[in-house]
Design a protein. Structure first.
Lengths: 378, 388
C-alpha cells in the first residue's frame, strides 16, 4: 500500500536500529517519552521495541484523549445523556470509558439514546433529522480534534440549529507536558513529540522544553519507521550535546502549524482557568470551553451539569501510568482486576491507552520472545 | 463528595485481593524482567479463571465474537446446558444416530443491509450453516430455515431472498427440508432475520477439533481475509468510503472434501466468520494449550481491505470472512494440504500463515511485517455489529 509500506520496511528498521545502538554510551540508560497515545499504539502494534537496545526505554505519555478524562466528567456526560429529550453522540473510543455509574455502552444497553459517530458533523446530521430532540456531542481530544469541533459549532450557528450542543472536553497538550516536566518523580532524556497535535499547533510551542528544561524534542509521524527515526534523531542530539526541537514529520507538520485551524479554535473556544486531568490533577489553562458568543451551543450552560468530582478507585494507578512513572504492568490491578473487558482505569479502555496497548499487543516478556520464535518449526 | 462506583468494580477488586493478597503483599520482586514475567504469569492465571458475565445487561460486545461472546457462552449457556456433546464448543456437534455419525449445527443471520455486493442474507444463511458442517469434517445434507419477518417487509424482497437460498442450497448440494415463519410488529425487528440449522453425515472416520493441534502443525488460511466484513461495512454507506470489493460468501464443502482427500493429517478446520482469523488462532492456542506463531507477511489481505481497515483503524485479522477457512495440519503434510487447497477455485490464494508452537501456552504471537513481535489477543469491543 502506497504511503504506508514505505514506512514499515524491515530492512530500513534494521539499519536504524544499528545506528541507534551505536550511539548508546555504555552504562547509560535512556528514557524517552512518546507523548501521544497514537505513538504508543504504533509501538506496540508493530513490536517496535524489538528494535531498541535494552538501555533505550520508551515511557508512555498522557497524550491519549480518552485516558485523561476524569471520572467526574464521564458522570456529567452520562447525566446529560440520561435526559429524556437528549440524544448523546460520541466517538467510539469514549463508549467504553467507565464512569462511577458504568459506561456509555452500559447506559445504551439500558435504553439511553447514545449514538456512535465518526465525526461531529454526523451529530449535526442527527440533530437536523431529530428536531424534537436535543443532540449533544461529547467533544474530546487535543488540538487535533478541536478544529473539527470548532467547525461544527460554526456550521451549527450558520444553519441556526436550535437543538445541537457540545459537551466540551477538549484539552491542550503543552500544559500537560509542562506538568510532567515539573513532576519530581520522573527523569526523561527527551520527547517524541505528538505528530497529529503538531499539524495544528506546529513545532514552536515546544521550544521552551529545549530552552528551559534542556530536553530535546523530535516531532514524529505515526508509522513505525517514523518513530524509530525520531528515536535516532533524539539519540543523535544527546550524543552531540544538543537539545533542540526537530521535526521528523515535516511531510505533514508545518513549523508554524495550521493557522486556519488555530483561527477557528480561537473563534469558538477559550481557555478554561483550570481543568482536571485524570492522574495529573488540576492543571491551569489546560483545556478549552465554548466561547460566550456561541453559548447556545454549550451543553454545560444549557443543561444542569452536576460537576461532581469523583475519586478514582484507590487501586487504579492510571495517574502514575499517564505520567510515565509506572509501566502498565507495574500497576497493581493490571491484567487481573483491570482488563480491556472490564477496565477500571481509562488507560485500559482506548486502543491508544498505554495499558490497553500493552495488554492487547505487548503482553510478553521481550527477553523470552526468542524462545517463542525458535523451536517447534518442523 | 460522594463516590459511587459500579458494583462490578468493587467485585473485581475484591476478587483481585482474594487472589493476590492485599496491597503491598505479593508484589513481584527481583530484576525488571523477572518481575514482568511474574506479572504475566499472574495475568495468565487470572485469564484461566472461570468466566463471569459482569454486565447487568447484554451489550453489543456480547455478539461480536470476541471475549465478551466467549464469556457469555461459557458463563450462561454452557453452564446451563452442560453436556459432553456441547462442551467442545466446536462449530457443529458430533452425534451418533443409529449406525451413522452425524453433525448438527445452527446459526442465525441478522446482517444489515440484507443485500450487499457479492450476496445477501439468504445466501449467507445457507453458506454459513453449510460451512459450519463442512469444517466439522461432515458432508452437509439437510438444512432447516426459520424466518422472523417484520410487519411491512416487502414480499418481493422475501422472494429474492428465498430464490437466493434455493440457488445457494443447490450449489452446496444440500436440501432445505423444514422451516418456520414468524411475523412481529413493525419496529420489533429489522426487516428479516433468518435462522438455519443443518445436518451433515460423516463419510470419513475422522474427528476434527482445535483441541487436537500439536506443536509443529502448520496453520493455513484458504484465501484473502476480511472481505466480507469490510464489504458490509462499506455497503452501509455510513463511512463515505468506496472500494471495489465483494463478500466472499461461498460454500466450503467442496474445498474441504478436496483437502481431506489429499491430507488426512488435517487436525482441525474452522471457518473464519465473526471475530476473524485472530479469534480462531486464539481458540487453537487456548483449546490445545499450545502457542501459535504467525507471520503478518504470509497472511493474505486484499489491498482494498487493508486500505479500508487502515483508514478505519481496525485490524483485518479480526474482520469476518464468510468463505475462508483456517486449517491446522500435521506439519509433515503442510505442502500437500496447501496444494490441495490451491487446486480448488475457492482456495487458489491459500497460504501457510504460521505454526503451532510449544508455548507459551494459550498465546498467539505475530511476527509483524515491520519485523517486531506482538501478541494477538481476542477482540474486546465490537468494530462492526451485525455483519452476519
Amino acid at each position: 500500500m502506497r504511503f504506508v509500506d514505505e514506512f514499515r520496511d524491515a530492512d530500513k528498521a534494521h539499519a536504524l536500529s544499528a545506528k541507534i545502538a551505536a550511539l548508546c554510551e555504555p552504562g547509560r540508560q535512556y528514557k524517552f517519552m512518546e507523548v501521544c497515545g497514537g505513538h504508543t499504539h504504533t509501538i506496540y502494534k508493530h513490536g517496535l521495541e524489538d528494535y531498541l537496545p535494552e538501555s533505550v526505554q520508551l515511557v508512555h505519555g498522557p497524550g491519549c484523549p480518552v485516558c485523561v478524562i476524569p471520572m467526574g466528567r464521564v458522570d456529567d456526560a452520562m447525566h446529560l445523556a440520561a435526559q429524556d429529550d437528549v440524544i448523546m453522540t460520541s466517538f467510539g473510543d469514549m463508549m467504553r470509558v467507565p464512569g462511577s455509574q458504568g459506561s456509555f455502552f452500559d447506559a445504551k444497553a439500558a435504553g439511553t439514546d447514545i449514538r456512535m459517530v465518526y465525526s461531529p458533523l454526523d451529530s449535526l446530521k442527527i440533530a437536523r433529522n431529530n428536531p424534537d430532540k436535543r443532540v449533544v456531542f461529547m467533544a474530546i481530544g487535543f488540538e487535533t480534534t478541536a478544529p473539527s469541533t470548532a467547525m461544527t459549532i460554526m456550521r451549527a450557528a450558520a444553519e441556526g440549529l436550535e437543538n445541537f450542543s457540545i459537551f466540551c472536553n477538549h484539552v491542550t497538550i503543552i500544559p500537560a507536558i509542562k506538568a510532567i516536566l515539573d513532576s519530581p518523580d520522573l527523569r526523561l532524556d527527551g520527547f517524541i513529540g505528538p505528530g497529529h497535535v503538531s499539524t495544528v499547533i506546529g513545532c514552536r510551542p515546544y521550544e521552551f522544553i529545549a530552552a528551559d528544561y534542556g530536553k530535546p524534542v523530535v516531532v514524529a509521524g505515526f508509522e513505525p519507521l517514523d518513530i524509530l527515526q525520531s528515536i535516532y534523531m533524539l539519540m543523535l542530539q544527546l550524543s552531540e550535546g544538543r537539545s533542540e526541537i526537530e521535526n521528523q514529520y515535516a511531510r505533514v507538520v508545518p513549523w508554524d502549524g495550521n493557522p486556519v485551524a488555530l483561527k477557528v479554535i480561537g473563534e469558538t473556544m477559550q481557555l478554561r482557568p483550570y481543568f482536571e486531568w485524570r492522574g495529573l490533577g488540576f492543571i491551569s489553562h489546560s483545556a478549552l470551553s465554548v466561547r460566550e458568543q456561541y453559548a447556545k451551543f454549550d451543553a454545560e450552560l444549557l443543561f444542569d451539569v452536576p460537576g461532581v468530582r469523583v475519586a478514582d478507585p484507590k487501586a487504579c494507578q492510571c495517574g502514575e501510568v499517564l505520567k510515565g512513572v509506572l509501566k502498565p504492568w507495574e500497576c497493581k490491578v493490571f491484567g487481573t482486576a483491570c482488563t480491556p473487558e472490564t477496565p477500571i482505569g481509562t488507560c485500559m479502555v482506548s486502543p491508544e491507552g498505554a495499558c490497553a496497548a500493552y495488554y492487547n499487543y505487548g503482553r510478553m516478556n521481550r527477553n523470552r520472545v526468542a524462545e517463542v520464535t525458535i523451536g517447534s518449526r518442523p | 463528595m460522594t463516590t459511587q462506583r459500579p458494583s462490578w468494580i468493587d467485585e473485581a477488586l475484591a476478587e483481585h485481593d482474594e487472589n493476590h493478597g492485599h496491597e503491598g503483599q505479593g508484589q513481584p520482586q527481583g530484576p525488571v524482567s523477572d518481575r514482568e514475567q511474574q506479572v504475566l504469569d499472574r495475568i495468565d492465571k487470572a485469564r484461566r479463571r472461570r468466566p463471569k458475565v459482569r454486565e447487568e445487561r447484554i451489550t453489543m460486545s456480547h455478539g461480536a465474537g470476541g471475549k465478551a461472546t466467549h464469556t457469555l457462552i461459557e458463563a450462561v449457556f454452557l453452564d446451563a446446558f452442560r453436556n459432553p456433546l456441547l462442551e467442545p464448543l466446536e462449530d457443529a456437534a458430533t452425534l451418533q444416530a443409529g449406525s451413522a455419525r452425524v453433525a448438527l449445527t445452527t446459526d442465525s443471520y441478522v446482517v444489515s443491509p440484507l443485500f450487499f455486493p457479492g450476496g445477501d442474507i439468504g445466501e449467507l444463511a445457507v453458506n454459513g450453516t453449510v460451512n459450519d458442517l463442512a469444517v466439522s469434517g461432515a458432508t452437509p445434507r439437510y438444512l432447516s430455515a426459520g424466518f422472523i419477518l417484520e410487519e411491512g417487509f416487502p414480499v418481493a424482497d422475501l422472494n429474492r431472498i428465498a430464490e437466493s437460498m434455493r440457488d445457494a442450497a443447490a450449489a452446496a448440494g444440500v436440501q432445505i427440508v423444514t422451516g418456520d415463519t414468524k411475523v412481529v410488529q413493525r419496529g420489533k425487528a429489522d426487516g428479516c432475520y433468518i435462522n438455519t440449522a443443518g445436518v451433515g453425515v460423516f463419510e470419513r472416520d475422522i474427528t476434527l477439533g482445535v483441541a487436537h493441534a500439536q506443536p509443529g502443525d502448520a496453520i493455513i488460511v484458504s484465501g484473502p481475509i476480511g472481505d466480507h466484513g469490510v464489504t458490509i461495512m462499506l455497503a452501509r454507506g455510513e463511512l463515505d468510503i468506496e472500494a471495489d470489493l465483494q463478500s466472499d460468501t461461498a460454500p466450503l464443502n467442496g474445498l474441504v472434501a478436496g483437502l481431506l482427500d489429499r491430507a488426512p493429517g488435517v487436525r482441525a478446520l474452522r471457518d473464519a466468520t465473526r471475530g476473524g482469523v485472530a479469534t480462531i488462532l486464539n481458540e487453537i492456542a487456548k483449546s490445545a494449550d499450545v502457542g501459535v506463531l504467525v507471520s503478518e507477511d504470509d497472511i493474505p489481505v486484499r489491498p482494498e481491505v487493508r486500505g479500508a481497515a487502515e483508514l478505519l483503524g481496525i485490524d483485518p485479522m479480526y474482520v469476518a470472512c464468510e468463505g475462508r477457512l483456517v486449517a491446522v495440519v500435521d506439519g509433515d503434510q503442510a505442502d500437500e494440504a496447501l496444494a490441495a487447497l490451491r487446486a480448488h477455485p475457492l482456495g487458489t490464494q491459500s497460504s501457510i500463515i504460521g505454526h503451532v508452537t510449544d508455548g507459551p501456552p494459550g498465546l498467539v504471537h505475530l511476527k509483524t511485517a515491520f519485523g517486531g513481535t506482538r501478541i494477538v489477543d481476542l477482540l474486546v469491543g465490537d468494530p462492526l455489529p451485525r455483519i452476519c
